[in-house]
Design a protein around this ligand. Structure first.
Ligand code: NAD
Ligand code: WQD
Length: 344
């Protein structure tokens, strides 16, 4: 099977491409490299000892998509491409609607024209909004995302719902990720944020490696066990395996399938700091800062639907998430931009 992976040079994309290659699938990656570099795919190819067809291009470019579908016999699409910085989405909403919503629309139009009707979409737990319970289940109604990024994810979900209602050829997987962290256990590929990281684990990692001075813990007065926010962190390789299972299930599952990809367990910010310290053997300096606008106190996945329907569950625990993150960060202190250098 040839799979088109949009955004396949990025963080989750590169780990998923590796999993697909290792499972024997042929992969075409379309990526405009706006938030990634080709080095991730070179390393992915080396790890899999297989090659990927790479097309540098944009999901908003219809002619490029039509050429791609004409040249490759694509059976399914895994759609990662898009912008994902929550804060930036509030400053530059039109860039988010254009990349995430118009870009997805353009991709779905090209798929329909090419007769490709199987798609796995990178959605997010953010589409649940603030439902008033910390345990998010797929049969709960979607809510109002607190930011423009989340709104674009919900809009694309709604677009795919309408498409599948209108045309029964479509098989759609909406994968709602919780908080992806970690890296491939080789330490060769991992998350490489540009600029100051927005997310917790990349920030802690850069403190550990000496690129940043101290973590700001956004609030310690939440109604949680230690006052800091609780999230369901999931190892990126577990997430990648979830994509493989979802993609392989689609031929037998017409219509829209929604699956949470999370572990079902939440950890607080301070628990994450302690776990990272244990993994890297260094103290992580932190200070308590005000709450961050838009954050909610705590939530985690109910992952039972994916377990029942896909036979998938997250296998890697918190220690593996942190040890693998540290291995990647310590061997690549500047991500893909510098040659590998051990600091430990
Ligand atoms: P990433 O930025 O590392 O990967 C996205 C990739 O898409 C990048 O390689 C980027 O260059 C590419 N891209 C962006 N716009 C494009 C366009 N218009 N055309 C072609 N390529 C384009 O992000 P990631 O963390 O790997 O996330 C992948 C997907 O998962 C995104 O859709 C993101 O919204 C979603 N997601 C991520 C998280 C998370 O915490 N990382 C959580 C939930 C959902
Ligand atoms: C986790 C916890 C923070 C940074 C975001 C998006 C979501 C999805 C995943 C998708 C919270 C605290 C963080 C820091 C801190 N994105 N924190 N200091 O906000 O759960 O989810 O990423 O593409 O849509 O909203 O993840 O890692 O930013 O925060 O104290 O410097 O860590 O307050 O409790 P979040 P996060």
């Amino acid at each position: 099977m040839t799979i088109l992976v949009t955004g396949g040079a990025g963080y989750i994309g590169s780990h998923t491409v590796l999993t697909l290659l290792q499972a024997g699938h042929d992969v075409v990656v379309l990526d405009n490299l706006s938030n990634s570099s080709l080095e991730s795919l070179r390393r992915t190819e080396a790890l899999a000892d297989r090659t990927v067809s790479f097309i540098e291009g944009d999901i908003r470019d219809r002619a490029c998509l039509d050429r791609l579908f004409a040249q490759h016999d694509i059976e399914s699409v895994i759609h990662f491409a898009g912008l994902k910085a929550v804060g930036e989405s509030m400053q530059e909403p039109l860039a988010y609607f254009e990349n995430n919503v118009s870009g997805s629309l353009c991709l779905f139009q090209a798929m329909a024209t090419a007769g490709v009707h199987r798609i796995v979409f990178s959605s997010s737990a953010t589409v649940y909004g603030e439902p008033g319970t910390p345990i998010f289940r797929e049969d709960m109604p979607t809510g109002t995302p607190t930011n423009t990024y989340g709104q674009t994810k919900l809009m694309v979900e709604q677009m795919l719902q309408a498409l599948a209602r209108a045309d029964q050829h479509w098989s759609v997987a909406l994968l709602r990720y919780f908080n992806p962290v970690g890296a491939h256990e080789s330490g060769q590929i991992g998350e490489d944020p540009q600029g100051i990281p927005n997310n917790l684990v990349p920030y802690i990692s850069q403190v550990a490696v000496g690129r940043l001075e101290a973590l700001s813990v956004f609030g310690n007065d939440y109604p949680t066990r230690d006052g800091t926010g609780i999230r369901d962190y999931i190892h990126v390789m577990d997430l990648a395996e979830g994509h493989l299972k979802a993609m392989e299930a689609l031929p037998d599952r017409p219509g829209v399938n929604i699956w949470n990809l999370g572990t079902g367990t939440g950890y607080s910010v301070l628990e994450m700091v302690a776990a990272y310290e244990k993994a890297c053997g260094r103290p992580i300096p932190y200070k308590i800062a005000p709450r961050r606008a838009g954050d909610i106190a705590e939530f985690w996945a109910d992952p039972t639907k994916a377990a029942k329907e896909l036979g998938w569950k997250a296998e890697r625990g918190l220690d593996a998430m942190m040890v693998d993150t540290w291995r990647w960060q310590s061997r690549n202190p500047h991500g893909y931009r510098k040659l590998e250098k051990e600091v430990a």
